[in-house]
Unconditional design. Structure first.
Length: 624
């Protein structure tokens, strides 16, 4: 090997450019070497240049492979899809040493694709640009699934141009463009594109290199999607697990409330306990409102009528038969197959949840069960008490000891029941008052029943008038209507019938006199009561009417009775009275003032004055 050939090898080792090889040959020619040596040198130069191209190609391939390998490793470590796509665009730009690279993804919902990431872009129009199938180079690659390149995009008539795509190409100053499909299992999921801002052709090596990068991109994109789907699935599982846990907690909470409410029913507790137990499980206050709109129980001290919004919702809930929720208010109807029982009302501190609503509906069911049970028990007890009192009223009682025993089973001391009340309820309330009679009778430790058109009550007590007024007030409150009642004393269980006759006559007297809503004994009606009673006791009547005046005359030697007689006989004329008695007018006035103090300021009212005049006449007859 000659010196010139060695110099060519040295140039290869030094990785000199092609001009250096040409210069070496030119120097040899300048030395006027023989033609044979120059021809051999030309052949060596050609071989050296081929070797140089081969070495460059190998190094370039090695660099590309290294870049692809690094890209694959980097993409495998990435999890975010946007980061992956941006890395692919950056590597494509470096791999093909181009001015611009970008990637588009298919949109299965809209049937087109859109540019998702770009490297080297100079306008804000590229990312987000949508490419209809077949439009532009990217749309054509997405439709055909084959690589495609152009040297002058805007002047290429084989492409389908659109105004928006051409405007973006012009803004990016794109001339040459290469696009390869991003495929996954033969399905095009996107397009990877490389562009130059000068006219340049793309070699098969460029297409191969970009296609290999597109294959890596497809795997990375799919991995990212699978990871996202897995993360979503994990998130969904966490949500589902949390939901299941919440449902389990709700079920345990509901079961706990149900167990507590069931124990209340088994223990025979009332709706008050149901309301408190429910309020303990659901934050807020719980009220039990009866079918007439009155609060009968609650976890808070509510009495009488509930607030207007609750009352209106209660009516609507009972009418519809469904639970109503308004903001922090929940109203649940308590309805049986035969009758409405009212509503369970919850006033919460926040919005009502579904589980709270179910708990309230279950509590309403339990409250309805308690109410129905209590009513049926009350009806049965009322029937037993009524039958016992009925036997006393209809003279069927033969064995007083047996009656005492039956009464004691009900917690009633028959010998202590010395007051009998016959009450008239003025409205159509028999059905409404019937279930409450047993409760009232139990409270007063007595007996009660319906007898004809009246309510008959036998109760213990030392003061018949006070007991009668207390029973009448309770009946009026329960019936929410006016009650008129006659009262009589019962000296012995065998005298119940006679006491009933007396109390009933007193009641008829009250009604006849228009004293509706009053409660009185026969003695309270004066002579009229005695007449109705059929056993007029003149002495007692006179004493009850004029007793204080008669006593005053006896004690002071005065003449108030005579003054009253003359005053009544002279049509209540004080001057005529004074003349008749031969006293000064002021004396008559003083005597009448004294009478008012003794008999009360109402003694001159027509009804009272009539009784006084009758008593004066009877007193006069009694002294004859």
């Amino acid at each position: 090997m000659g010196a010139d050939a060695r110099s060519l090898l040295q140039l290869l080792v030094e990785d000199a450019d092609a001009d250096a090889f040409d210069a070496a040959v030119a120097q040899a020619r300048a030395r006027n070497l023989p033609a044979r040596e120059l021809d051999a040198l030309e052949r060596d130069r050609a071989i050296a240049l081929r070797l140089r191209d081969t070495l460059i190609r190998h190094r370039r391939n090695e660099a590309e492979l290294q870049l692809l390998n690094d890209t694959a490793n980097d993409l495998a470590a990435m999890r975010d899809l946007d980061s992956i796509l941006q890395a692919i665009a950056d590597r494509a730009r470096r791999l093909l040493e181009c001015d611009l690279a970008y990637i588009s993804l298919s949109d299965s919902d809209r049937g087109d694709c859109y540019i998702r990431a770009a490297a080297g872009n100079i306008s804000g129009l590229l990312v987000g640009l949508r490419l209809a199938p077949g439009s532009g180079l990217g749309g054509m690659v997405a439709r055909t699934g084959e690589p495609c390149s152009v040297e002058a995009y805007l002047h290429d008539t084989t492409l389908h141009h659109t105004e928006q795509i051409d405007r973006t190409v012009a803004a990016e100053r794109i001339e040459s463009l290469l696009g390869v499909p991003v495929k996954l299992k033969q399905e095009v999921i996107g397009v990877l594109l490389a562009a130059h801002r000068a006219v340049r052709s793309f070699s098969s090596r460029d297409i191969t290199a970009l296609s290999m990068l597109a294959n890596h991109a497809a795997v990375a994109i799919e991995n990212a999607r699978l990871l996202a789907a897995a993360q979503t699935a994990v998130g969904d599982l966490r949500v589902a697990n949390a939901t299941i846990g919440s449902h389990v907690d709700d079920l345990e909470r509901t079961a706990d409330v149900h167990e507590r409410l069931t124990k209340l029913v088994i223990q025979g507790k009332g709706v008050d306990e149901v309301a408190h137990a429910t309020a303990g499980a659901v934050s807020g206050h719980v009220l039990i409102v009866d079918e007439h709109g009155s609060v009968v129980a609650g976890s808070s001290p509510e009495n009488g009528q509930p607030p207007l919004p609750i009352a209106e919702l209660g009516v609507e809930a009972r009418r519809s038969g469904h639970t109503l929720v308004r903001d922090r208010l929940c109203v649940v109807p308590m309805i049986t197959e035969s009758e409405p029982l009212g509503t369970l009302v919850h006033v919460g501190t926040s919005s009502i949840s579904d589980i709270d609503r179910r708990i309230l509906e279950r509590a309403a069911l339990v409250a309805a069960l308690v109410l129905v049970t209590r009513r049926r028990m009350a009806e049965a007890e009322a029937q037993v008490r009524g039958e016992l009192l009925g036997e006393l009223l209809t003279r069927k009682a033969q064995d007083v000891d047996l009656l005492r025993h039956r009464a004691s089973i009900l917690g009633v001391d028959l010998d202590a029941c010395t007051v009998l009340i016959v009450a008239h309820l003025h409205g159509p309330v028999r059905e409404r008052i019937h279930p409450a009679l047993a409760a009232l009778a139990r409270r007063f430790r007595g007996l009660a029943t319906h007898h004809h058109d009246t309510v008959v009550f036998l109760a213990p007590g030392d003061e018949p008038g006070a007991v009668g007024r207390a029973v009448s007030w309770e009946l009026a409150r329960t019936a929410r209507d006016q009650v008129t009642a006659g009262v009589a004393r019962v000296p012995h269980p065998t005298a119940v019938t006679a006491a009933h006759d007396e109390a009933e006559k007193c009641l008829r007297a009250l009604l006849a006199l228009g004293r509706h809503g009053d409660t009185a004994q026969t003695a309270d009606l004066g002579f009229v009561g005695a007449l109705f009673n059929g056993r007029p006791d003149i002495a007692n009547f006179v004493e009850a009417t004029l007793g204080p005046v008669l006593a005053y005359d006896r004690d002071h030697g005065s003449d108030l009775v005579r003054t009253l007689e003359v005053f009544c006989a002279s049509n209540q004329n004080a001057r005529t009275t004074a003349q008749e008695l031969h006293v000064h007018h002021n004396t008559v006035s003083q005597r009448l003032t004294r009478v008012a103090r003794l008999l009360g300021e109402d003694w001159r009212q027509a009804e009272r004055l009539l009784e006084i005049q009758v008593a004066l006449r009877l007193n006069k007859l009694g002294g004859c």
